[in-house]
Design a binder for this molecule. Sequence first.
Ligand SMILES: [Zn+2]
Length: 284
Amino acid sequence: MPELPEVEITARRIGAALAGAEVESAIAPGMVAMKTVKPPLSDLEGRTIAGTRRIGKMPIVDIGGDPELSLLVHLMSAGRLQLYDKRASMKDRRSRVLIRIEGGRELRLREFGTKQRAWAKLLPPAEVESDEMVATLGPEAWPAPPLDELAEALRQPRHLHPLLRDQRTIAGVGRSWVDEILWEAKLSPFKKGADLEDDEVEAIYDSLHVLGDAIDHYEKVIGETVPDKMPMPLKVHRRQGDPCPRCGTELEAVHFSEHVMTYCPEEQTEGKVLKDRRLSRLLK
Ligand SMILES: [Zn+2]
């Protein structure tokens, strides 16, 4: 589930490898992956890749030519944008969009699991900003937005865990890094944004450095190729049962249908162990 740091390092590595490379052909084996039909993907043939960048959790491939084009990608929960030395077998059912580069390399949008939810749009660069998924994004989580802008974004009557994962509130944070940010800030995932004191907003602001630290970590440990499984430097997420790296208390978790929320009860919830929804559902 790539979030801001994972998409950032992906964009950096792919951009470094592909800048200046010529596109030989582009196809979309995932029938529903392309959300735009004009211009068609075949328009990319013979063009040069200008670079790769990121907005929130979305990678963007910029392609030169006249007019310039941008491939805006939404990875959803199981998509990956990866560069390969060889072409994919057409039997690879994970392939959604394939951009073939001269010399045999291939940039692939792949998706793990059975659902087809990842998508891409081929747009003029000016239309990327106005695309509804981009235009509705909150401020980027890293580098941290100005404190007053963050405070304004967070003052909503919603629990911090879903609030920080809402891309319209702040862009780039998902199910993994939200646990790390709240643990760094020593705040309960069930505290409401609107109930935050000024020093608590500042604690969230200060804890956003975990995203930049993760990018620094990836810069050190990831080579030219970004692996399928990212070496995420997580301290608490999914580490329930382990001692809290700061105070030693056993980390606890609440299981939801599609994600797990991990926290330190001693430092985040005033010693309270929150009801595990999975267990309580099983016990009914
Ligand atoms: Zn702790």
